[in-house]
Write a protein that binds this ligand. Structure first.
Ligand code: FAD
Ligand code: 2HG
Ligand code: ZN
Length: 473
């Protein structure tokens, strides 16, 4: 129960229309993507300005009430919902959705945190610019959520993670002050880089209300191909060859397993098999350049010829037009969705050095198959940067609940293998609540203490996204 005084002061500050208290209306904010947990709160607030965010945070700080920021609600680690006992409200940024300015001369754009990623991409494109962050959830995730999770996606090998795409931030601190760090500078060595601290902090240090984004020249030509490979190991020389023959034109290098294609063909809408015949592994790759009349097509064709000559590729299709390349990407984007109808899926979002990806997948497959006969490994994702979504679909004849009861046990086996490769147990989705304890298990005490010190210094009352990322002390 929230204090009456808090509620009445809040009503004065933001108005009753920005306060959702009916449980039926609250429900959609409580169901997270994975469907594993249901959040609990008695209040969702929907501020429309930075000042309103500040007023809300000040009142929460005064009454020691927790605040869970929520953007597009597409996060995969249950970071955007309060859990029972958290004594927290949800602050949805969906009404903080203005594109404040775009500056093509500076190649920057100032946006509020509730802007949908796709809207930002489209707005940049209208000004002949590219905002390169791209992920399957781009039609609903918000830039504030992207920044808070340091989202990765399909273009990281060329443009970097969200961290590399943000020049400045506006943040409401846990005491309700507004930090205006909306600087559009390429160079700024004036002390600790606070914006980088907020990027990837998953709502635990403050609320991001606006950002200065870095834009790039809009690609004028793209080449997209799906290649079938026999052995996973062949993907590595294929990648290296692409890097040397296509240079930094290479933007995406994604791994698809046959099982993922089969799931997408079975459950997805409008999905087509790009290559006749069945192979174990496929690479979806794209190269692009921002100049017209380039020789990208020739370079790409030379690349493919060399790859075939070396026998690293069994078969391949180069998209002949935009709609064919869109159909390749549709297949890729359907992967997450089309795993759901196949029953329980135990998920991992890992990274290892790129050169270790094949060995990691082989070792992990062997270990999980030994533990659960019939388990269906479904590793896919951003091979070019070493980030594999090592998802494991349940055996066909197993009860879903029985299978999901093995979640922690399977996580531990897989994460131990990741650890042995000096990898990360969360490459791009973050820690949230789901991986909080697992993260603590693998990180050194020194690293955990440093993180805890930062949290305590910035949020001494512990009201920002309580129980997420940092273990509750
Ligand atoms: P939410 O889910 O609403 O929140 C995520 C976290 O950020 C929470 O901890 C929340 O408290 C915090 N937060 C949100 N807004 C703010 C704010 N303004 N200030 C402070 N904290 C805030 N992720 C990738 O990295 N790469 C992918 O390729 C990718 N593909 C996906 C594909 C699908 C189909 C789906 C469903 C998800 C995918 N994701 C991917 C995960 C997810 O889309 C990203 O984590 C995304 O960045 C989350 O944005 P959101 O607006 O939905 O954030
Ligand atoms: C992707 O790359 C996402 O498609 C989703 O990060 C990963 O389904 C998943 O586990
Ligand atoms: Zn991903």
């Amino acid at each position: 129960m929230l204090p009456q005084k808090f509620l009445s002061d809040l009503e004065v500050a933001i108005g009753v229309k920005a306060m959702i208290t009916n449980q039926d209306d609250i429900a959609p904010y409580m169901i997270e993507q994975r469907g594993r947990f249901i959040g609990q709160t008695s209040l969702v607030v929907t501020p429309a300005t930075t000042q309103e965010v500040s007023d809300i945070v000040k009142l929460c700080a005064e009454h020691s009430i927790g605040i869970v920021p929520q953007g597009g609600h597409t996060g995969l680690v249950s970071g955007g919902i309060p859990f029972a006992g958290d004594n927290a409200i949800v602050l949805s940024t969906s009404r903080l959705n203005k594109i404040r300015t775009i500056d093509p001369t500076n190649n920057t754009m100032v946006v509020e945190s509730g802007c949908i990623l796709q809207t930002i991409q489209e707005h940049a494109a209208q000004h002949d610019r590219l905002f390169p962050l791209s992920l399957g959830a781009e039609g609903s995730c918000q830039i504030g959520g992207n920044i808070a999770t340091n989202a990765g996606g399909i273009n990281v090998i060329r443009y970097g993670n969200t961290r590399q795409l943000v020049l400045g931030l506006e943040v409401v601190t846990p005491t309700g002050e507004i930090w205006n760090g909306l600087r559009a500078l390429q160079k700024d060595n004036t002390g600790y880089d606070l914006k980088q601290l907020y990027i990837g902090s998953e709502g635990t240090l403050g609320i991001i209300t606006a950002a200065v984004l870095q834009l790039f020249p809009k690609p004028k030509e793209q080449q997209t191909a799906v290649l079938a490979i026999k052995e996973l190991e062949d993907a590595l020389p294929l990648l290296n060859l692409a890097q040397s023959m296509l240079g930094d034109a290479l933007t995406s290098f994604e791994l698809l397993p046959r099982i993922g294609i089969d799931f997408s063909l079975k459950h997805g809408q409008g999905v087509v098999d790009p290559i006749e015949g069945q192979y174990d592994w496929y690479i979806l790759m794209e190269a692009s350049v921002a100049i017209t009349h380039s020789n990208l097509k020739d370079l790409f064709q030379n690349y493919l010829e060399t790859a075939f000559e070396k026998n690293w590729v069994q078969d391949g299709v180069l998209a002949q037009n935009k709609s064919q390349s869109d159909s390749f990407w549709l297949l890729r984007e359907n992967i997450t969705l089309c795993q759901k109808p196949e029953g329980g899926s135990i998920k991992h979002d890992i990274s290892v050095p790129v050169s270790s990806v094949p060995a990691f997948i082989k070792t992990a497959n062997e270990a999980v198959r030994k533990m659960i006969p019939g388990i269906r490994p479904h590793p896919f994702g951003h091979l070019g940067d070493g980030n594999i979504h090592y998802n494991l679909s349940q055996p066909i004849d197993m009860n879903k609940e029985d299978y999901l009861n093995h979640w922690e046990e399977v996580n531990r086996i897989v994460h131990d293998i990741v650890h042995s490769f000096n990898g990360s147990i969360s490459a791009e989705h973050g820690i949230g609540r789901v991986k909080r304890d697992e993260n603590q298990y693998y990180k050194s005490a020194v690293e955990m203490q440093l993180m805890q010190n930062i949290k305590t210094a910035l949020d001494p009352k512990g009201i920002m996204n309580p129980g997420k990322l940092i273990p509750v002390s």
